[in-house]
Design a protein around this ligand. Structure first.
Ligand SMILES: [Zn+2]
Length: 474
């Protein structure tokens, strides 16, 4: 372009003023000599910033550009602006997508099972359930190593007849389990051990309480997988924390079942990763059903769901109207069994219950610290390190208001679950005694201090809501 024309374009770009030159002599100055008239206008983006200049020269009828031309040309520059803007956005979007793809590739390489790990476990013999006491409802949550838990999960898949019934290939199952394990974070409580223990509770309940005949095989598969996946990628902070901090998870999923939706989506992502689909031999109808029950099962572990459904269940159980042959009743039972597995630490022998309470409290205190420092708010008592002397009382209330009614209700429908109800009663009495001792001594007895000091930093249970719903009699 001739220098003079370039200069004129620069002038439009810097002033933002339209330029309509009808004086051919002026234009011709410095140009190649055949420019008779010119109309130049700025091109603007959506923020009204100038991103270019559009120019037309030499009107066909040899007349100067008039007002009508200016209006038409202005409309054209607006379309130019939109076009350029969209192209730039598309380029940005393409780059962002490529960036995301690379990040997912890198992450999935590090977050999925390595061949060495799979081969290592493939060589191991999977022990019988009895060797690790897997058939017992009082199984010790801390008795197995991280890898032994993977093998124990394989044993449970097999003893529930899930591997044979759904033709789950052994190597795929190992790969999936190792990847699930890796996708739990190293937080005090909501980690792989908790996920395994919840799955074990489901196994124990199904096996010892004759529930295998109650549910369809697909429901059992979805519930068991749901237990293993129900807290995937938990960050040690609860739903209310996501809401209070406006976290990316809250933005993505909203404030209803925030973490649980994330756990489910993470489970789907793992299933969709290459070589991880343990459901690959299901028919499409079976697949749809399993995914549906899987989602219900994982969302059921949000205690707010428990509070929504428990009154209906309790009233059916209390009136003796619960009917295992009814689909809706079974659905309710599935939901409450998921909660029961999740909070079953409250039913375990005291030393296990106490250890778990320490871990839960450690995680809660960490969240409480974040609330104090980042949000400048006073955390709930359960999460407040400065109120650790209240722990026995809070634990006692947790069992009394949340856990015990559940296990009492479940026992009415499934009498063989009575040992879990009795275990919760025993633990409640222990915490109550500790709370009384603490009160008598103003929270400073050696015993309480000993217990509570060990809770300095310490279980995957969201705290009960400020005012728990009314508990039904019995
Ligand atoms: Zn959990």
């Amino acid at each position: 372009m001739a220098k003079h024309l370039l200069h004129l374009a620069e002038q439009v770009a810097s002033t933002g003023e339209n330029l309509n030159i009808a004086d051919s002599l002026e234009v011709e100055k410095g140009s190649s000599g055949n420019v008779r008239s010119m109309l130049a206008m700025p091109i603007r983006n959506r923020n009204f910033q100038i991103i270019g200049v559009a120019k037309i020269i030499n009107k066909l009828n040899c007349q100067p550009f008039d007002e009508n031309d200016e209006q038409l040309f202005e409309a054209f520059t607006i379309f130019c602006g939109l076009g350029i803007n969209n192209t730039m956005m598309y380029n940005e979007l393409e780059k962002a997508m490529a960036r995301q793809k690379v990040a997912i590739e890198v992450l999935s390489y590090h977050a999925t099972a390595s061949n060495e790990e799979i081969q290592g476990l493939q060589r191991e013999v999977v022990p019988e359930a009895i060797k690790w006491n897997l058939g017992s409802l009082t199984f010790d949550d801390f008795s197995l190593t991280q890898d032994q838990m993977v093998l124990a999960a394989v044993r449970m898949f097999s003893d529930l007849r899930l591997t044979s019934r759904f033709k789950i290939e052994y190597k795929t199952l190992l790969r999936w389990l190792i990847t699930v394990k890796r996708n739990y974070r190293n937080v005090p409580y909501h980690n792989w051990r908790h996920a395994f223990n919840v799955a074990h509770n489901m196994f124990g309940m199904l096996k010892t309480c004759n529930l295998l005949g109650v549910f369809e095989d697909m429901e059992i598969l979805a519930m068991f997988v749901g237990c293993l996946c129900h807290d995937l990628d938990h960050r040690g902070t609860n739903n209310s924390f996501q809401e209070k901090t406006g976290s990316a998870l809250a933005l993505l999923y909203g404030t209803q079942n925030t973490m649980e939706q994330h756990h489910f989506n993470h489970a789907v992502m793992i299933l969709n990763s290459e070589g991880h689909n343990i459901f690959s031999n299901l028919s499409s109808a079976q697949y749809a059903r399993v995914m549906n029950v899987l989602k219900q099962s994982i969302l059921a572990t949000d205690l707010t769901v428990y509070f929504q459904v428990r009154m209906e269940f309790f009233s059916l159980a209390n009136e003796g109207d619960f009917d295992m042959t009814q689909k809706e009743h079974r659905e309710l039972l599935r939901s409450l069994l998921m909660t029961g597995c999740d909070i079953a630490a409250s039913t375990k022998p005291w030393d296990i219950q106490f250890k778990v309470a320490k871990l839960v409290t450690s995680e809660f205190f960490d969240q409480g610290d974040l609330e104090k420092t980042k949000l400048k708010i006073t955390p709930p008592a359960l999460m407040d390190r400065d109120r650790k002397h209240e722990l026995p009382l809070l634990q006692m209330r947790w069992i009394k208001d949340i856990c015990l009614p559940l296990f009492e209700g479940l026992t009415k429908v499934v009498p063989k679950l009575a040992p879990m109800r009795d275990g919760a009663l025993r633990n409640m009495a222990k915490w109550s005694k500790l709370a009384a001792t603490s009160q008598e001594n103003n929270g400073t007895t050696t015993d309480i201090l000993e217990h509570c000091h060990s809770l300095e930093r310490g279980p995957s249970i969201d705290p009960p809501p400020e005012a728990p719903p009314k508990i039904p009699d019995g």
